[in-house]
Design a protein around this ligand. Structure first.
Ligand code: 2PG
Length: 228
């Protein structure tokens, strides 16, 4: 048996202020920091240890990773950061207030933008982050103007196949600290959730989800390690 734990970052300033976030690089709030400590303590209580940790290139996930690793006394672990684990890019919605868009476009449209599999948010006129050093190694086509969950799923999967699945197949426990939508995409894949049903899946901040796999990477158990 081999273990994978996935954790969404703790509350960010954009979560607190009800703003669409995506690739916007916002920090954790004090509550988010304390949630990350609790998540780490929960992993310690469960006696879980890892050989690698994977996170995005966004500080809310990286800060959560470091707090979790400190709590579990595993700050020394190899840490792999990839844009492929970044939150879904929210296009022209990023920075806007979610309640205001509900008032403007109606609940049904906002529900589609936020939770459907295929709906693409309003696109930016051109990609952002072109001068951001962390994305300088990427082809310009990877810098998106906005993504549906389906598009985020497509760019996440190569990371799973190349970086995570081979390590799990080698019997090495892995930890992924990422974002609501990239984790929904991963859950869709691991739990074989249909395109329609993925709209009902929510991933709360800093609640570790533990998957146990057999030698052929079939899921044999899934449990949420709840924090208060
Ligand atoms: O704003 C975002 O980037 C995400 C995650 O916080 O929001 P949503 O709940 O709409 O997926």
């Amino acid at each position: 048996m081999v273990e994978l734990v996935i954790i969404r970052h703790g509350e960010s300033t954009a979560n607190r202020d009800d703003l669409y976030t995506g690739w916007t690089d916002v920090p954790l709030t004090p509550l988010g920091v304390s949630q990350a400590h609790q998540a780490g303590q929960r992993l310690s209580e469960a006696g879980l240890s890892f050989t690698d940790v994977h996170t995005s290139v966004l500080q809310r996930a990286i800060m959560t990773t470091h707090i979790v690793l400190a709590e579990t006394k595993q700050l020394w672990l190899p840490e792999h950061k990839s844009w492929r684990l970044n939150e879904r890019h929210y296009g022209a919605l990023r920075g806007r207030n979610k309640a205001q868009t509900k008032a403007e476009y109606g609940e049904a449209q906002v529900a589609l933008w936020r939770r459907s599999y295929a709906e693409v948010p309003p696109l930016l006129p051109k990609p952002e982050h072109v001068d951001d050093r962390r994305y300088a190694h990427l082809p310009i086509t990877a810098l998106t103007r906005g993504e549906s969950l389906e598009m985020a799923y497509a760019r996440l999967m190569p990371y799973w196949i190349d970086q995570v699945a081979p390590r799990l197949l080698d019997g090495k426990n892995q930890l992924i600290v990422a974002h609501g939508s990239t984790l929904r995409a991963l859950i869709k894949y691991l739990d074989q959730v249909s395109d329609a049903d993925i709209s009902k899946v929510e991933v709360p901040n800093a609640q570790p989800i533990q998957y146990t796999f057999d030698k052929q990477l079939r899921v044999v158990n899934k449990q949420v390690l709840r924090i208060d």
